[in-house]
Ligand binder design. Structure first.
Ligand code: ZN
Length: 279
Protein backbone atom coordinates (compact mmCIF):
# COMPACT_ATOMS: atom_id res chain seq x y z
CA UNK A 1 0.00 0.00 0.00
CA UNK A 2 0.92 3.61 -0.36
CA UNK A 3 0.24 6.69 1.77
CA UNK A 4 0.38 10.34 0.70
CA UNK A 5 -0.01 13.34 2.99
CA UNK A 6 -2.33 16.06 1.67
CA UNK A 7 -2.56 18.16 4.84
CA UNK A 8 -0.35 18.13 7.92
CA UNK A 9 -1.40 21.23 9.92
CA UNK A 10 -3.44 21.41 13.06
CA UNK A 11 -6.23 23.87 13.91
CA UNK A 12 -6.34 26.19 10.88
CA UNK A 13 -4.63 26.41 7.47
CA UNK A 14 -1.32 28.29 7.28
CA UNK A 15 -0.97 30.24 4.04
CA UNK A 16 2.24 32.13 3.33
CA UNK A 17 5.79 31.67 2.06
CA UNK A 18 7.14 30.54 5.44
CA UNK A 19 4.89 27.46 5.42
CA UNK A 20 5.37 26.06 1.90
CA UNK A 21 7.85 23.24 2.51
CA UNK A 22 5.70 21.35 5.02
CA UNK A 23 2.50 22.78 3.58
CA UNK A 24 -0.32 24.83 5.04
CA UNK A 25 -3.33 22.55 4.65
CA UNK A 26 -5.07 20.87 7.57
CA UNK A 27 -5.33 17.13 8.23
CA UNK A 28 -5.72 14.71 5.35
CA UNK A 29 -3.86 11.57 4.29
CA UNK A 30 -4.65 9.20 1.44
CA UNK A 31 -3.97 5.48 1.44
CA UNK A 32 -4.21 3.33 -1.68
CA UNK A 33 -4.22 -0.40 -1.07
CA UNK A 34 -2.70 -2.80 -3.56
CA UNK A 35 -6.23 -3.85 -4.56
CA UNK A 36 -6.95 -0.22 -5.54
CA UNK A 37 -9.08 0.69 -2.52
CA UNK A 38 -8.98 4.40 -1.64
CA UNK A 39 -8.97 5.19 2.07
CA UNK A 40 -8.84 8.81 3.26
CA UNK A 41 -7.92 9.77 6.78
CA UNK A 42 -9.66 13.04 7.71
CA UNK A 43 -11.16 15.77 5.57
CA UNK A 44 -9.20 18.90 6.51
CA UNK A 45 -8.47 21.41 3.76
CA UNK A 46 -5.88 19.04 2.25
CA UNK A 47 -8.71 16.89 0.89
CA UNK A 48 -9.44 19.55 -1.75
CA UNK A 49 -6.30 18.76 -3.76
CA UNK A 50 -6.81 15.03 -3.27
CA UNK A 51 -10.28 15.44 -4.74
CA UNK A 52 -8.80 16.66 -8.02
CA UNK A 53 -6.81 13.42 -8.29
CA UNK A 54 -9.71 11.17 -7.36
CA UNK A 55 -11.92 12.74 -10.03
CA UNK A 56 -9.87 10.74 -12.54
CA UNK A 57 -10.85 7.46 -10.87
CA UNK A 58 -14.20 5.78 -10.39
CA UNK A 59 -13.43 3.85 -7.23
CA UNK A 60 -15.50 3.93 -4.06
CA UNK A 61 -14.06 6.39 -1.56
CA UNK A 62 -13.75 5.38 2.09
CA UNK A 63 -13.34 8.36 4.40
CA UNK A 64 -12.38 7.69 8.02
CA UNK A 65 -12.78 10.72 10.27
CA UNK A 66 -10.91 11.07 13.55
CA UNK A 67 -13.33 13.67 14.95
CA UNK A 68 -15.36 16.69 13.90
CA UNK A 69 -13.12 19.62 14.78
CA UNK A 70 -12.98 22.05 11.86
CA UNK A 71 -9.46 21.14 10.81
CA UNK A 72 -10.62 17.56 10.18
CA UNK A 73 -13.84 18.20 8.24
CA UNK A 74 -13.55 21.68 6.73
CA UNK A 75 -12.27 20.57 3.32
CA UNK A 76 -15.18 18.21 2.67
CA UNK A 77 -17.49 20.74 0.92
CA UNK A 78 -14.63 21.43 -1.54
CA UNK A 79 -13.92 17.74 -2.23
CA UNK A 80 -15.13 17.54 -5.82
CA UNK A 81 -16.03 13.80 -5.90
CA UNK A 82 -19.04 14.64 -3.69
CA UNK A 83 -20.49 16.49 -6.70
CA UNK A 84 -19.98 13.53 -9.08
CA UNK A 85 -23.13 11.75 -10.14
CA UNK A 86 -23.35 8.39 -8.35
CA UNK A 87 -19.81 8.44 -6.89
CA UNK A 88 -19.90 6.22 -3.85
CA UNK A 89 -18.46 7.82 -0.72
CA UNK A 90 -18.60 5.95 2.57
CA UNK A 91 -17.90 8.07 5.64
CA UNK A 92 -16.97 6.44 8.93
CA UNK A 93 -17.11 9.04 11.71
CA UNK A 94 -14.90 8.96 14.77
CA UNK A 95 -16.39 8.20 18.16
CA UNK A 96 -16.90 11.59 19.78
CA UNK A 97 -18.45 12.72 23.04
CA UNK A 98 -21.16 14.59 21.12
CA UNK A 99 -23.29 12.09 19.20
CA UNK A 100 -23.00 13.83 15.81
CA UNK A 101 -21.87 11.19 13.29
CA UNK A 102 -23.05 13.30 10.33
CA UNK A 103 -21.46 16.60 11.38
CA UNK A 104 -19.24 16.51 8.27
CA UNK A 105 -22.42 16.64 6.16
CA UNK A 106 -24.42 18.97 8.41
CA UNK A 107 -21.82 21.70 7.88
CA UNK A 108 -23.36 21.83 4.39
CA UNK A 109 -26.68 23.12 5.59
CA UNK A 110 -27.87 26.31 7.14
CA UNK A 111 -25.64 29.32 7.27
CA UNK A 112 -21.99 28.27 6.77
CA UNK A 113 -21.95 26.75 3.25
CA UNK A 114 -24.20 27.52 0.27
CA UNK A 115 -24.76 23.97 -1.05
CA UNK A 116 -27.04 21.72 0.98
CA UNK A 117 -25.67 18.19 1.40
CA UNK A 118 -29.13 16.80 0.64
CA UNK A 119 -28.76 17.98 -2.95
CA UNK A 120 -25.44 16.19 -3.62
CA UNK A 121 -25.42 13.97 -6.71
CA UNK A 122 -22.95 11.50 -5.24
CA UNK A 123 -23.97 8.45 -3.23
CA UNK A 124 -22.78 9.50 0.22
CA UNK A 125 -23.36 7.17 3.13
CA UNK A 126 -22.45 7.49 6.79
CA UNK A 127 -21.24 4.15 8.04
CA UNK A 128 -21.69 4.09 11.80
CA UNK A 129 -19.54 1.35 13.28
CA UNK A 130 -21.24 0.40 16.56
CA UNK A 131 -19.41 1.32 19.73
CA UNK A 132 -17.75 -1.78 21.09
CA UNK A 133 -16.65 -2.84 17.60
CA UNK A 134 -13.02 -1.87 17.49
CA UNK A 135 -11.90 -3.74 14.35
CA UNK A 136 -13.52 -4.41 11.00
CA UNK A 137 -12.68 -5.32 7.44
CA UNK A 138 -12.47 -2.77 4.64
CA UNK A 139 -11.87 -4.68 1.41
CA UNK A 140 -8.35 -6.15 1.82
CA UNK A 141 -7.56 -4.07 4.92
CA UNK A 142 -8.19 -4.60 8.58
CA UNK A 143 -9.16 -1.32 10.27
CA UNK A 144 -8.99 -0.85 14.02
CA UNK A 145 -9.75 2.20 16.10
CA UNK A 146 -8.89 3.47 19.54
CA UNK A 147 -10.06 6.45 21.60
CA UNK A 148 -7.88 9.57 21.42
CA UNK A 149 -7.08 11.69 24.45
CA UNK A 150 -8.60 14.90 23.13
CA UNK A 151 -11.26 17.41 24.22
CA UNK A 152 -14.51 16.08 22.76
CA UNK A 153 -13.05 12.64 22.04
CA UNK A 154 -12.33 11.04 18.66
CA UNK A 155 -10.74 7.97 17.13
CA UNK A 156 -7.25 6.94 16.09
CA UNK A 157 -6.97 4.32 13.34
CA UNK A 158 -4.74 1.36 12.57
CA UNK A 159 -4.74 0.20 8.95
CA UNK A 160 -3.25 -3.23 8.27
CA UNK A 161 -3.00 -4.36 4.66
CA UNK A 162 -0.62 -5.77 2.08
CA UNK A 163 1.77 -6.98 4.78
CA UNK A 164 2.21 -3.51 6.29
CA UNK A 165 0.60 -1.35 8.98
CA UNK A 166 -0.02 2.35 9.57
CA UNK A 167 -1.19 3.91 12.84
CA UNK A 168 -2.88 7.32 12.45
CA UNK A 169 -2.98 9.02 15.85
CA UNK A 170 -3.64 12.70 15.36
CA UNK A 171 -4.94 15.14 17.96
CA UNK A 172 -3.84 12.92 20.80
CA UNK A 173 -2.41 14.09 24.11
CA UNK A 174 -0.20 11.33 25.43
CA UNK A 175 -0.03 12.80 28.94
CA UNK A 176 -3.20 14.85 29.51
CA UNK A 177 -4.20 16.48 32.81
CA UNK A 178 -7.74 15.10 32.38
CA UNK A 179 -8.80 11.47 32.63
CA UNK A 180 -7.22 9.51 29.79
CA UNK A 181 -9.32 7.61 27.30
CA UNK A 182 -6.21 5.60 26.40
CA UNK A 183 -3.03 5.34 28.43
CA UNK A 184 0.51 5.05 27.15
CA UNK A 185 0.70 1.28 27.50
CA UNK A 186 -2.51 0.85 25.51
CA UNK A 187 -1.09 3.00 22.71
CA UNK A 188 1.98 0.80 22.71
CA UNK A 189 -0.22 -2.26 22.21
CA UNK A 190 -2.36 -0.53 19.57
CA UNK A 191 0.61 0.51 17.44
CA UNK A 192 2.88 -2.48 18.13
CA UNK A 193 5.43 -3.04 15.33
CA UNK A 194 3.79 -0.63 12.90
CA UNK A 195 5.66 0.28 9.75
CA UNK A 196 4.54 3.89 10.09
CA UNK A 197 3.37 5.73 13.19
CA UNK A 198 1.74 9.05 12.36
CA UNK A 199 1.37 10.95 15.62
CA UNK A 200 0.40 14.41 16.72
CA UNK A 201 3.57 16.39 17.53
CA UNK A 202 2.18 19.89 17.70
CA UNK A 203 4.01 21.18 20.75
CA UNK A 204 7.46 21.67 22.16
CA UNK A 205 8.31 21.65 25.85
CA UNK A 206 8.28 25.46 25.97
CA UNK A 207 4.56 25.41 25.05
CA UNK A 208 3.88 23.75 28.37
CA UNK A 209 2.20 24.17 30.80
CA UNK A 210 0.26 26.83 28.88
CA UNK A 211 -1.19 24.34 26.38
CA UNK A 212 -1.59 21.41 28.75
CA UNK A 213 -5.03 19.90 28.23
CA UNK A 214 -5.48 21.23 24.69
CA UNK A 215 -5.34 17.71 23.28
CA UNK A 216 -1.98 17.55 21.49
CA UNK A 217 1.44 16.12 22.30
CA UNK A 218 4.97 17.39 22.79
CA UNK A 219 7.01 16.16 19.81
CA UNK A 220 9.77 14.35 21.72
CA UNK A 221 7.19 12.33 23.68
CA UNK A 222 6.20 10.66 20.43
CA UNK A 223 9.73 9.23 20.15
CA UNK A 224 9.11 7.37 23.40
CA UNK A 225 5.93 5.88 21.96
CA UNK A 226 7.64 5.00 18.67
CA UNK A 227 10.42 3.24 20.59
CA UNK A 228 8.06 1.45 22.96
CA UNK A 229 5.89 0.11 20.14
CA UNK A 230 8.86 -0.65 17.87
CA UNK A 231 7.64 1.52 14.99
CA UNK A 232 9.88 1.56 11.93
CA UNK A 233 9.03 5.13 10.91
CA UNK A 234 7.57 8.05 12.85
CA UNK A 235 5.86 10.94 11.09
CA UNK A 236 5.57 14.04 13.27
CA UNK A 237 2.11 15.34 12.36
CA UNK A 238 -0.45 18.05 13.08
CA UNK A 239 2.12 20.84 13.02
CA UNK A 240 1.20 24.02 14.88
CA UNK A 241 -0.30 26.50 12.42
CA UNK A 242 2.08 29.23 13.59
CA UNK A 243 5.22 27.10 13.21
CA UNK A 244 7.31 28.08 10.18
CA UNK A 245 9.23 25.58 8.03
CA UNK A 246 12.45 26.49 9.85
CA UNK A 247 10.82 25.99 13.23
CA UNK A 248 9.49 22.56 12.20
CA UNK A 249 12.97 21.71 10.91
CA UNK A 250 14.28 22.47 14.41
CA UNK A 251 11.69 20.20 16.03
CA UNK A 252 12.53 17.38 13.62
CA UNK A 253 16.28 17.86 14.22
CA UNK A 254 15.74 17.84 17.99
CA UNK A 255 13.69 14.62 17.75
CA UNK A 256 16.31 12.97 15.53
CA UNK A 257 19.01 13.93 18.02
CA UNK A 258 16.93 12.68 20.93
CA UNK A 259 16.31 9.39 19.10
CA UNK A 260 20.06 9.04 18.44
CA UNK A 261 20.99 9.70 22.05
CA UNK A 262 18.56 7.12 23.41
CA UNK A 263 19.55 4.59 20.75
CA UNK A 264 16.23 4.51 18.90
CA UNK A 265 16.34 2.96 15.46
CA UNK A 266 13.08 4.59 14.35
CA UNK A 267 13.28 6.80 11.27
CA UNK A 268 11.82 10.18 12.33
CA UNK A 269 10.60 12.86 9.95
CA UNK A 270 8.22 15.80 9.82
CA UNK A 271 5.18 14.96 7.68
CA UNK A 272 5.09 17.09 4.52
CA UNK A 273 2.26 17.79 2.15
CA UNK A 274 2.79 15.78 -1.06
CA UNK A 275 5.07 13.26 0.63
CA UNK A 276 4.39 9.66 -0.40
CA UNK A 277 5.50 6.55 1.46
CA UNK A 278 5.29 3.17 -0.23
CA UNK A 279 5.26 -0.06 1.76
ZN1 ZN B 1 -9.10 18.30 17.41
Amino acid sequence: MQLTFFGVRGSIPSPGPEYVRYGGNTACAHIVLNDGTDIILDAGTGIKNLGHELLKKHTDIHLLLSHNHWDHIQGFPFFLPIYQQGRKIIITPGVTDADEPDAVLKQMSGSVFPVDYKTLQSDVKVNIVPQGTDSWTLNSAKVSRFAMNHPGGGSAYLIEADGASIAYITDNELYPPYEKATDFQEWVTFAQNVDLLIHDAQYVKQDMPRKLGWGHSVAEETIKLAMACNAKQLALYSHDHNRTDEEIDEIVAHCEEYADIVGATVDVFGAREGQTITF
